[in-house]
Design a protein around this ligand. Structure first.
Ligand SMILES: [Zn+2]
Length: 109
């Protein structure tokens, strides 16, 4: 009987531990989500805070950093937005860069 109680206790502790671990993983993946090796950098457009939590976080340490073409800030590649050959820290900067480039091409506007 005592063993059963111990087993139940262990079960609850295990569940609590799993939940805590899961929460810690979600938090760390919010600051820098795991890189997706299947994703080719070219033309891959990804907004900030995507559904990256579901992916495995084994490759988190090997995440390459890319430089934002608009403000020069270095951001994890999975968090960055790439348009063509340029990468940006956010979709807003991608738009800003695009708008600036367009206005440079057409100064009359
Ligand atoms: Zn930027």
């Amino acid at each position: 009987m005592r063993q059963i109680l111990l087993l139940i206790l262990l079960f609850f502790v295990g569940q609590w531990f799993f939940k805590t671990l899961r929460r810690a993983q979600t938090q760390s993946s919010q600051s820098r989500p795991g890189v997706d090796p299947r994703q080719p950098g070219q033309g891959a457009r990804r907004a900030n805070g995507g559904a990256a939590g579901a992916e495995t976080g084994t490759a988190v340490l090997a995440e390459p950093m890319v430089r934002c073409a608009e403000c020069g800030v270095h951001a994890p590649r999975s968090e960055s937005v790439s348009v063509g050959e340029q990468t940006f820290c956010s979709a807003a900067h991608a738009r800003a860069y695009d708008a600036r480039k367009t206005s440079q091409n057409r100064p009359a506007r």
